[in-house]
Ligand binder design. Structure first.
Ligand code: DX5
Ligand code: ZN
Length: 230
């Protein structure tokens, strides 16, 4: 399992997005782009035109997290725009298998996101259709919220389910991930970490990314050695 860090630009300066993305480009693996439609979540951020512009401005691949209604209709356009990973919310999808297949056919990684209170068990059979599961550790909609420890048992169960299905699927956590919480996420089995305020609130963003990565890597190897890693 390789640790990856995907800084979220949600709390960056939207008037200077290209520079904000460049500020993490030496250390990060991805740029996490939060698309919100003011319906699925009570906040409105950015959409396809901005993602297209970011595509041209970013050296890093885009990891698009769609917090929108009707992803069946809108998500494929993010794949066509050039995002490398597109994640839809299972609570909003009508035909998630068809959607995941459409995304993959478009050459992108298909991700399925779960709100904090959405269980993984009803969706386990979808795992072979997916490249990533995103578990939200805050209610989606805003950056800077407090991490919900109550999702950690679900992270552990999801990692176990992924193992049963062959272990190739990435497990991303998003919401309140910071130097204080990332080790718990890694111990529970997450391997891709979204961090918004923990990175964009830091003076040196690349340094913040490197520190998060080091903490996650240490926690992963410690838990593996102790045999407590799921
Ligand atoms: C919240 C977004 C997150 C957010 C994370 O709905 O999906 O990606 O930017 O921000 P922090 O890390 O500050 O919780
Ligand atoms: Zn997000």
């Amino acid at each position: 399992m390789t640790v990856q860090i995907s800084p979220s630009i949600l709390n960056s300066d939207f008037a200077r997005l290209a520079d904000e993305v460049a500020s993490v480009s030496r250390a990060a693996d991805w740029v996490h782009v939060d698309v919100m439609d003011n319906h699925f979540v009570p906040n409105l951020t950015l959409g396809l035109p901005v993602v297209e512009a970011l595509m041209r401005a970013s050296d890093l691949p885009l990891d698009c997290h769609l917090m929108i209604e009707d992803p069946d209709r809108w998500a494929p356009a993010y794949a066509e725009a050039g995002a490398r990973s597109v994640t839809f919310h299972i609570e909003a999808a009508t035909a998630p298998i068809r959607l995941a297949r459409t995304l993959r056919a478009g050459g992108v990684r298909a991700g399925m996101a779960l709100r904090p209170a959405t269980p993984i068990e009803p969706y386990e059979d979808l795992l072979p259709e997916l490249d990533m599961v995103l578990i939200m550790s805050v209610e989606p909609g805003f950056g800077g919220q407090r991490f919900l420890d109550s999702v950690l048992p679900k992270v552990r169960r999801t990692r176990e389910a992924i193992k049963r299905h062959g272990g190739q699927i990435w497990l991303q956590m998003d919401g309140g991930v910071s130097a204080d919480t990332i080790e718990r996420c890694a111990e529970a089995g997450a391997d891709v970490f979204v961090a918004g305020s923990a990175v964009y609130g830091a003076q040196d963003r690349d340094k913040a990314v490197r520190e998060l990565r080091a903490l996650a890597e240490q926690a992963t190897s410690k838990a593996t050695m102790k045999g407590t890693h799921p």
